[in-house]
Structures are given as structure tokens and as C-alpha cells.
Design a protein around this ligand. Structure first.
Ligand SMILES: Cc1cc2nc3c(=O)[nH]c(=O)nc-3n(C[C@H](O)[C@H](O)[C@H](O)COP(=O)(O)O)c2cc1C
Length: 316
């Protein structure tokens, strides 16, 4: 998730059994302008799991060039973003704005396939632009004919942004329109949600975004549940702690100490919220605030060690 999850987070998701993780959206034109620092950070891959990079572009030539660059870098799969509702992105006619420009959307799909040079390409989109334009099934049919390998549908329209509830049943229109695997997305935060989303949509799998923040093991838990595996075990408190420390270290090595600590703060806050204990909301708030004040890794890690070793004494 752009501005939210990154390579440091994805590594933890894979560690706990996520089946596949996708990079945050990278603008094709950014790659085409060859900003190596951005490319390196965004596309970074630790060698675990499939390496999937998501591209967004408003011009087919940028999509093609972006796809060529990530294909040259060795990615396993390219995902096209037609789901981002941000005005900054839709104003430029990329992200979900492409859903109301079907000709351009089709050209972007063709361009991604051309640039990918035979590597698998998938598509992430919404139900449509708004309630009057639910064209995900049409676009999915084009994607299938063109040669894409998979389609993910977030069960909201662009005009809904993140409001209301994801409409999993509407995703079924896309499932029934094509024979490619379809992944249902939106508001899935537990194994029960995953079951219900699949039941309503008839999709082949689920994608989880926001709910994984602070609990990267959720993806492995849901994957094991859907595969009927009973060997999955919830991580212990010390495994959760170890994972958070590794993510902090990865974040610092990715962005440098100062920026890395700032960027990983939202994950620390989310982790505090996901810790199993009996804190009150006030206690959680003060712990989150305290954890976000550190500008040096040593004191931050000492603080987190105390939280994870003896949660009540820190909250008191
Ligand atoms: C802050 C933020 C950034 C996001 N960035 C991306 C992105 O880069 N690419 C993408 O496909 N979806 C992005 N999304 C959308 C999510 O992937 C997902 O489709 C949406 O949040 C609904 O699923 P969820 O309820 O599981 O989060 C983003 C969402 C949020 C809240």
C-alpha cells in the first residue's frame, strides 16, 4: 500500500506465510525517468516469495517502459494498478480513473504486456468508476483476451473511495465473466471474513490490505485456513517482537536511520494495537505516543523490549 506498506513490511508478511505480496504502486514514469533510489526501495525484494511489482501509468509508453525496466530487473510478475482512487492519481488518468477511460485502459494493458516481455501480468481494479459504471467484468474480459494471468477486484467503486462496505457479491460479476483466477479484496480482516468474501464472490482467493498492518502474520493465518492446513500456529509474543525489531532494522537500512524510524512508526503503532493484552484505549494511546517519540534506534528498542516483556508495567 503506497505510503503505508513497503519492502520491510512485505518481508515480515512472507516470513509468516503470506502466499504472495505485491509492491506498492510505482509510477511507470518514475521508473522511466530512472530514479534509481526510488526504484531500488520500491521494488526491493528479499528473495522470499514471488516478486510482484505494481505499476501505474497514465500513458501507455510509460507503462511499457516501466514494465521493461522491472522485467529487466528480474521480477516474477507485474501488476497493473487500476484501483487507486487518489485524485492526484486519477487526475492524471491513471489508477481507477482508467476505469472510465476504457480505451486508454485497454492500451495500458497492452503496453504492460509488451513491456513485460512474456512475464505474467495481472490487473488490480475496482468494481467500476461509480454505481452507474460497473465495468470491471468488461475490463476483465479484455484482460483475459489480451493474455493477463489474474484479476483482483476491490469491491468498491472509485467514487466510494474507502466509504461504506466492500460489496463482495458484486465481485462475482467479474468471476462469472472470465475464466482467469479472480481475487476478491476489501474489508477482509479475519479468516471468517475471508470465508464470507469467497462465499459471496465465488472468487479464487483473497487479498488483504489494511488489516495486515501491525499483524503481518494475518496473511499466513488466512492462507493456512483457506488451504485447510491445521499446522498454522499463531506467533508467540517473542516472535512478534522479533518480527517488529527486524522490520525496524530493515526500514533503517532501506531509508537511513532518521527517515527509516519515522516511516516505521505507523507499523509500531499498529503493532501496539494488535498486541494481545488487557490495555485500555487510554493506555494504548499513551504507549503509541511514547513509541513514536524516539529518534534513535537504541532507546526505541529498549522501550519496545519493556513493552513486550512486561506490557502492564509499561502501561502503568
Ligand atoms: C494508504 C493506502 C495505500 C494504498 N496503496 C495501494 C497501492 O499502492 N496499490 C494498490 O493496489 N492498492 C492500494 N491501496 C488499496 C488496497 O490495496 C486495498 O485495495 C484497499 O485498501 C481495500 O482492501 P483492504 O480493506 O484489505 O485494505 C491502498 C490503500 C490504502 C489505505
Amino acid at each position: 500500500m503506497s505510503g503505508s506498506t513497503d519492502a520491510a513490511f512485505r518481508r515480515q508478511a512472507v516470513r509468516f506465510g503470506a502466499e504472495a505480496v505485491v509492491s506498492e504502486m510505482v509510477a511507470g514514469e518514475t521508473l522511466a525517468m530512472a530514479r534509481p533510489d526510488v526504484v531500488r526501495r520500491t521494488c526491493r525484494h528479499e528473495g522470499a516469495g514471488r516478486w510482484i511489482v505494481q505499476l501505474a501509468a497514465r500513458r501507455p509508453e510509460d507503462m511499457k517502459r516501466g514494465a521493461e525496466l522491472v522485467a529487466e530487473a528480474g521480477v516474477d510478475q507485474i501488476d497493473i494498478n487500476m484501483g487507486c482512487p487518489s485524485r492526484q492519481v486519477t487526475g492524471g488518468q491513471s489508477g481507477s480513473a482508467l476505469m472510465r477511460e476504457p480505451d486508454l485502459a485497454r492500451a495500458i494493458i497492452d503496453a504492460a504486456l509488451e513491456g513485460a516481455g512474456g512475464r505474467p501480468v495481472s490487473l488490480k481494479m475496482r468494481l467500476g468508476w461509480d454505481g452507474d459504471m460497473l465495468n470491471a467484468p468488461d475490463l476483465a474480459q479484455y484482460a483475459e483476451r489480451a493474455g493477463l494471468c489474474m484479476v483482483t477486484v476491490h469491491g468498491r467503486t472509485r467514487c466510494q473511495f474507502y466509504k461504506g462496505e466492500a460489496d463482495w457479491a458484486r465481485v462475482r460479476d467479474t468471476v462469472e465473466a472470465i475464466s482467469l483466477p479472480v481475487i476478491v479484496n476489501g474489508d477482509i480482516g479475519s479468516t471468517g471474513d475471508a470465508d464470507r468474501a469467497l462465499e459471496h464472490s465465488h472468487a479464487h482467493g483473497v487479498m488483504i490490505g489494511r488489516s495486515a498492518m501491525g499483524q503481518p502474520w494475518l496473511l499466513g493465518e488466512v492462507a493456512a485456513h483457506l488451504q485447510g492446513r491445521h499446522d498454522w500456529q499463531a506467533p508467540s509474543l517473542s516472535e512478534k517482537f522479533e518480527s517488529l525489531i527486524e522490520q525496524i532494522e530493515d526500514s533503517m537500512s532501506l531509508y537511513g536511520t532518521t527517515l527509516g524510524l519515522r516511516i516505521v512508526r505507523k507499523h509500531i503503532s499498529a503493532s501496539v494495537d494488535c498486541l494481545a493484552n488487557d490495555w485500555t484505549e487510554d493506555e494504548r494511546r499513551s504507549i503509541r505516543a511514547a513509541a513514536c517519540r524516539f529518534n534513535e534506534p537504541g532507546p526505541l528498542i529498549d522501550f519496545l523490549t519493556r513493552i513486550y516483556q512486561s506490557p502492564r508495567s509499561v502501561a502503568a
